[in-house]
Design a protein around this ligand. Structure first.
Ligand SMILES: [Mn+2]
Length: 270
């Protein structure tokens, strides 16, 4: 059975007053979740917090129950549980938005990865992203639900034009806006040595994929260093938005320590 190492870091950035991003993870369960909230005055952070809490609770509750969940036969049970949990979270955010006048219209992105039996189930809504770093290559596993991405998909924009667009942050899908929501679900193989990155657009708007890949390559044995470097890079490039990153490394079951310097530090500090 593989073992997971997970580290996360979040920063308000250089411009925003609130941090509307939220995250949660549990290495034992193999679950990592990130959400980037939107809405007036503190509503964004309320939406992302409800989404994370609701999702994690639902997953624990459904997994603990005897009920057999099936999505469409082809998928893993974990994917089906994530799918159901996200629909429940959507309802929770939607209801809260209607109960509280200050929270009208709030919503949030959600990107979730659940590792199980050398597989990873991914659930995704919005413009946060999940990447996989494998064999020195960085690959985007999710599709942004943005106006600009749709224009790219239909051939009206190139990726370069999309990145420069003023409208790149307008999402076409978010959790909590409508009574129901369309959720993207993917299943992938997870191999020892893989590193997964969940991140909010505050990273990907500020740091290009090549720099992200270089940072992950340099920090593959020390994810705490890696998460710090990714956030620092976003801040030094302007930090225009909240930035949140979660790094997950799949190990082969044998404990691999962090960097030598840390190990030595521990020895000397007794
Ligand atoms: Mn954001």
């Amino acid at each position: 059975m593989e073992k997971l190492v997970i580290e996360a870091k979040s920063d308000t950035g250089c411009v925003r007053e609130h941090n509307e991003d939220n995250f949660g993870y549990d290495a034992e369960m193999g679950l990592a979740v990130l959400a980037d909230g939107m809405g007036g005055y503190k509503a964004g952070e309320v939406a992302s917090a409800i989404a994370i809490t609701s999702l994690v609770h639902s997953v624990i509750q459904i997994k603990g129950s005897e009920e057999k969940i099936e999505l469409d036969g082809k998928r893993h049970e974990e994917s089906a549980i994530l799918y159901r949990a996200l629909h429940h979270a959507n309802q929770q955010v939607y209801d809260s938005a209607h109960d509280d006048h200050d929270c009208r219209g709030m919503g949030t992105t959600v990107s979730a990865a659940w590792f199980h039996d050398r597989k990873v189930s991914i659930a995704h809504i919005g413009d946060s992203r999940i990447y996989r770093y494998r064999d020195y290559r960085l690959e985007l596993l999710t599709t942004d639900h943005t106006v600009v991405q749709e224009l790219v998909d239909h051939g009206f924009y190139t990726q370069e034009e999309a990145k420069a667009s003023e409208q790149r942050n307008i999402v076409t899908r978010a959790l909590g806006i409508d009574p129901t929501v369309e959720v993207d679900i993917y299943d992938y193989d997870a191999r020892p040595g893989d590193i997964y990155l969940l991140c909010s657009d505050g990273l990907t708007d500020m740091v290009d994929d090549l720099d992200i890949a270089n940072i992950i390559r340099r920090s593959s044995t020390d994810l705490e260093y890696g998460t710090g470097e990714l956030v620092n890079k976003a801040l030094s490039n302007g930090g225009k938005d909240n930035v949140t990153v979660i790094m997950v490394r799949v190990d082969d079951g044998q404990t691999r320590d962090k960097s030598w310097s840390k190990r030595l530090n521990k020895l000397f500090s007794g």
